[in-house]
Design a protein around this ligand. Structure first.
Ligand SMILES: C[S@@+](CC[C@H](N)C(=O)[O-])C[C@H]1O[C@@H](n2cnc3c(N)ncnc32)[C@H](O)[C@@H]1O
Ligand code: SF4
Length: 447
């Protein structure tokens, strides 16, 4: 396999080369690999305790729908391709049971949701009738009055008028569609089931339903991608004028078909990390010249005041997140937990009346502070005052050595009252974050 790099000067003798494979995106701190299987007494204690009286922990819900029309070559998400309708129905039975069990716990009973995120897989694979059932049951446990955001993920081929009508009528406010790239060759090579015409049709249909925010996911570094295909694709997306564009730099974890194709020598060349970052740097610059604003290391939005992303903003500030569904993870009362990743174990737990979590981790005060610091760094700027008020910690002092090191590399700029990443720092933020971990968590494997 050839890794095409346009420049590699940033790597010094002090830093190991960036690995081609594995996970890069940091979704949790401490890393999943140190979460413990033997966590039920702690998790029960959390569920039996009252929510924070300080009112500083809003509650969000993540619902995982692990089904897709077809498996994409690069995808690492937990998802089953082309499921039968009764497979989906049985899954919804289990999922609704899980949500009801949580709704009975003292920690969650009667609490209002601040946000909901339906992710996948491809939640829009559900039929309108399945969507209505899920919404009805869910809202009977956790009402959506006062809710600030409901996101629903879709892929172009799952977008139909009757599904969009159902979503809009139920109160979905934010639609997120995975396009990945607007080039038929690249889409075919990635195993996407849609082509560019499907993306355009779906986008036009979505726009007719007036959701508050429409986001499009794009990827950089796909198999078959060239400089030209990437930027032509970007220009087409800009001409569609979505409210938000989220970029994913291709990762190649071992659970992807792409990983195996690489090892079997079926892929001859792929963009390396420097090339992906360079394309993203140029893409963000073009988006800014078109009036977009960077909201984080991953996303540009038309209007930052209107096109918020509460799911991310609240999570990064310590919100409770009830994660439900196969393999999903949550964070309640300062404790991480993750569900069973096997459908059989997930369904059997619920059939026996047990919550389907398989591992968890209770964070101490310092770990909670580090967690919020690394998550907020993904937004490009961390206010130091927030950490002194909430945790009594001066982060500029606490992380002095790492901040100095990254400032010397040009990845951070010194700023009174804040830690601010430069553009180069922002685009490699997930590489930088482990340096802020407590020493015992730095060299752990991701999973
Ligand atoms: C759950 S999918 C979005 C909805 C829908 N399933 C779809 O793909 O259109 C979430 C996003 O993860 C990103 N993604 C999947 N596999 C990835 C990988 N190996 N590296 C980077 N991003 C990835 C894709 O951009 C995808 O849009
Ligand atoms: S990228 Fe989206 S559509 Fe493709 S397999 Fe993953 S979750 Fe499914």
């Amino acid at each position: 396999m050839a890794i095409v790099e346009n420049h590699v000067q940033w790597q010094s003798v002090c830093e190991p080369p960036e690995p081609v494979e594995g996970n890069l995106f940091v979704s949790a701190y401490p890393p999943f690999s140190c979460w413990q299987a033997d966590c039920s007494s702690e998790f029960e204690r959390v569920l039996q305790s009252s929510p924070d009286k300080r009112g500083d922990a809003p509650l969000g819900l993540y619902v995982h729908i692990p089904f897709c029309l077809q498996r994409c070559q690069f995808c690492y998400y937990r998802s089953i391709a082309n499921p039968a309708s009764d497979t989906i129905d049985s899954y919804l039975d289990a999922l609704i049971h899980e949500i009801r069990l949580y709704g009975e716990s003292p920690r969650l009973k009667g609490r209002k949701l601040a946000f909901v995120y339906f992710g996948g897989g491809t939640p829009a694979l559900l039929s309108p009738g399945q969507m209505q059932r899920l919404f009805r049951e869910l809202q009977s446990v956790f009402p959506w009055c006062d809710i600030q955001e409901v996101t629903f993920e879709c892929s172009p081929k799952t977008v139909t008028r009757d599904r969009l009508e159902t979503l809009h009528a139920a109160g979905v406010t934010r639609i997120s569609m995975g396009a990945q790239q607007l080039n038929d060759d690249v889409l075919r090579q990635s195993g996407r089931i849609h082509l560019v015409d499907d993306i355009r049709r779906a986008y036009d249909e979505i726009r007719q339903h007036h959701f508050d925010v429409v986001n499009i996911d794009l990827m950089v570094g796909l198999v078959g991608e060239t400089e030209q295909s990437f930027f032509e694709s970007l220009h087409q997306v800009i001409s569609m004028n979505p409210d938000s564009i989220t970029f994913y730099q291709l990762e190649i974890p071992a659970n992807t078909p792409l990983f195996h194709a690489l090892h079997e020598g079926q892929i001859s060349s792929l963009a390396g990390w420097d090339m992906k970052r360079q394309r993203l740097t140029d893409a963000f610059a073009q988006l800014e010249s078109e009036g977009y604003t960077l909201r984080s290391a991953y996303a540009a939005v038309r209007d930052p005041a209107r096109h918020r992303f509460h799911y991310q903003e609240m999570q990064y500030r310590g919100a409770d997140l009830l994660g439900t569904g196969l393999a999903s993870f949550g964070y309640l009362g300062g404790m991480h937990y993750q569900n069973q990743a096997s459908m059989r174990e997930y369904s059997e737990s619920l059939a026996a009346g047990r919550l389907p979590y398989k591992r968890g981790y209770v964070l101490d005060d310092e770990e909670r502070m580090v967690r919020e610091f690394v998550l907020q760094l993904k937004l490009g700027r961390v206010e130091t005052q927030y950490f002194s008020s909430k945790f009594g910690v001066n982060v500029a002092e606490h992380f002095r050595e790492q901040l100095r090191r990254f400032a010397n590399r040009g990845w951070l700029s010194p700023d009174a009252g804040a830690v601010t990443l430069t553009r180069q720092g922002l685009l490699r933020v997930d590489r930088l974050l482990p340096a802020f971990y407590r020493s015992e968590h730095r060299d752990l494997s991701y999973w």
